[in-house]
Design a protein around this ligand. Structure first.
Ligand SMILES: [Zn+2]
Length: 227
């Protein structure tokens, strides 16, 4: 997913005497050592026995798979379980707070979210065939996306959202999210519907981003951000 930024309540204030900086995205917050160990722990929770986890390539803005609505999962089989394991490892390695399956090139309605980006255990949410079934209120925060690295914008989202999905055992559940979690529910289900956060920006802001991406792509500097 998405790496929406920390909310104002958790942002670290600038040190006295220094110039106030833009808030740093979650993507900058975790050391690679932490990511590796967290990803391994999460995978161990998903599958007993031997663990093979692959960090997959995250596709970038410009790849048609991101603009295509994903297909519902019919059977939760070993392929889906492997996909989820890999998506979790890929999200933590990025690091990000959410990832949709089409961001790793698989056009299926699957997403993973962890609003702590693996910093605290017990926050991983696996969503099979998710739908946002309720939303209310409004929050305006900075939002970014692992498929559009280097760009963030303030974007209005519901302050509260309820999602309905299946877990890896095929059991239906609903979950209520506020603030960053509500934002992540909306960002990831948007991905699964073939929509990016920049599609929700005003024309000028969106054009500025797409222009810069095109320039980077022309200079061959776009596809290599996540090797
Ligand atoms: Zn995203």
């Amino acid at each position: 997913m998405c790496h929406p930024h920390r909310t104002a309540s958790t942002a670290i204030p600038p040190e006295p005497g220094t110039v106030a900086r833009r808030r740093r995205p979650v993507v900058d917050l975790i050391s690679s050592a932490m990511i590796t160990s967290t990803a391994a722990v999460v995978s161990a929770q998903i599958v007993a026995g031997e663990i093979f986890v692959a960090i997959r390539r995250i596709v970038k803005y410009g790849d048609p798979v991101l603009g295509t609505p994903t297909r519902q999962v019919i059977n939760i089989d070993d392929d889906i379980r492997t996909l989820v394991q890999d998506m979790v490892a890929t999200m933590y390695a990025a690091p990000g707070v959410g990832l949709a399956a089409n961001q790793v090139g698989v056009s299926l309605r699957v997403a993973v979210i962890d609003v702590t980006a693996g910093q605290e255990k017990g926050n991983l949410i696996v969503l099979i065939n998710p739908q946002v079934i309720e939303q209310e209120g409004k929050q305006i925060e900075e939002e970014g996306c692992l498929s559009i690295p280097g760009f963030t914008e303030f974007l209005a989202r519901p302050a509260r959202a309820v999602i309905r999905a299946l877990d890896l055992e095929g059991r239906e559940f609903t979950l209520e999210g506020h603030e960053l979690l509500a934002r992540a529910f909306c960002h990831e289900t948007d991905h699964l519907d073939g929509r990016l956060f920049i599609d929700r920006l005003g024309g000028i802001k969106r054009q500025m981003i797409t222009k810069k991406v095109r320039k980077a792509a022309d200079a061959d500097e776009w596809s290599d951000v996540y090797p």
